[in-house]
Design a protein around this ligand. Structure first.
Ligand SMILES: [Fe+2]
Ligand SMILES: [Fe+2]
Length: 288
């Protein structure tokens, strides 16, 4: 079995989405087979590319140039599924990247278990959504996609705590906020297969945020830092702009993200009525 960091680089340098996710799933299965036998496989070191290999299509556009379609229309739903597939493929790379990029920082083996599992789940998510695109006569690559998605990874390439703060604890947490609205749209369209796929994603994404919070708190403990203060400083350094309510407070809590982590970074103060009545399912656009 190859050292894990080398496996991670192999996934990162594979361009085709289906090949990338197949390799990702195969390596994850090898890792967990070894772990189930009580082994501690070698992590090793590697030189991950600054940007992962990507297929020729989709065209990557500035977010402002990605055409918006009515979310209620069939084209709108395909565009939305395409955006989700793009996010999932990025997420596969993000989880392998955190494994390969920070091998200088000694971490417990559980850190690697968590990100290998997450990468495996993202690979499954990409394929679930691609199946839905095919069922609608489309495919990944058919629509333009967001070019900026790797930016946070590049900006935190030298800062593991910054990476944890911005990627799982901000970007993936945002996914928890917007997914219920998206599920609602597909329910309305009576697209039960997509609802089922999105429910799988929704349930599993909670863990990715939780792993981020767990290892962020672990590193704060190691460096004797106040986690909330450190989180605010890192998000302000690496994340451009304010966080957008409404927040899915229930799922965020389940993932170990307390309100005083994210509300102070929001572009509006908490609406007391909304907070008292729990999360309002109002956002359906721009899944991230
Ligand atoms: Fe995912
Ligand atoms: Fe995720």
């Amino acid at each position: 079995m190859k050292p894990l960091a080398q496996m991670a680089c192999d996934v990162l340098t594979t361009a085709d989405g289906h090949e990338k996710t197949a390799l990702s799933r195969r390596y994850a299965a090898e890792w967990f087979e070894a772990r189930s036998k009580g082994l501690t496989p070698e992590i090793g070191t590697a030189s991950p590319p600054l940007r992962p290999a990507r297929p020729e299509k989709p065209d990557l556009l500035d977010p402002r140039d990605v055409p918006r379609r009515k979310p209620g229309s069939p084209e709108g739903r395909i565009a939305m599924l395409h955006a989700v597939a793009h996010i999932e493929l990025n997420a596969v790379d993000l989880h392998w990247d955190i494994i390969a990029r920070f091998t200088d920082t000694k971490m417990p083996i559980g850190f690697y278990d968590d990100w290998v599992k997450s990468a495996d789940e993202e690979s499954k998510h990409f394929n679930l959504i691609c199946d839905r695109l095919h069922a609608e006569g489309s495919h990944y690559g058919a629509c333009p996609a967001h070019a900026g998605m790797w930016q946070s990874a590049e900006e935190t390439a030298d800062d593991l705590m910054g990476r944890l703060a911005v990627v799982p604890m901000v970007l993936e947490a945002r996914g928890l906020d917007v997914t219920p609205g998206m599920i609602g749209l597909f329910k309305q369209a009576k697209d039960h297969a997509t609802v089922e796929a999105l429910n799988v994603i929704y349930a599993e994404e909670v863990h990715h945020v939780a792993y981020g919070s767990k290892w962020f708190h672990f590193l704060c403990g190691r460096h004797d830092l106040d986690p909330k203060v450190a989180f605010h400083a890192l998000v302000q350094r690496y994340f451009h702009g304010a966080l957008k309510p409404p927040f899915n407070e229930e799922k965020r809590a389940e993932a170990g993200l307390p309100p005083d982590f994210y509300w102070p970074l929001a572009d509006e103060t908490p609406d007391r009525t909304a907070r008292a009545s729990g999360f309002r399912q109002k956002t359906a656009h721009n899944p991230m």
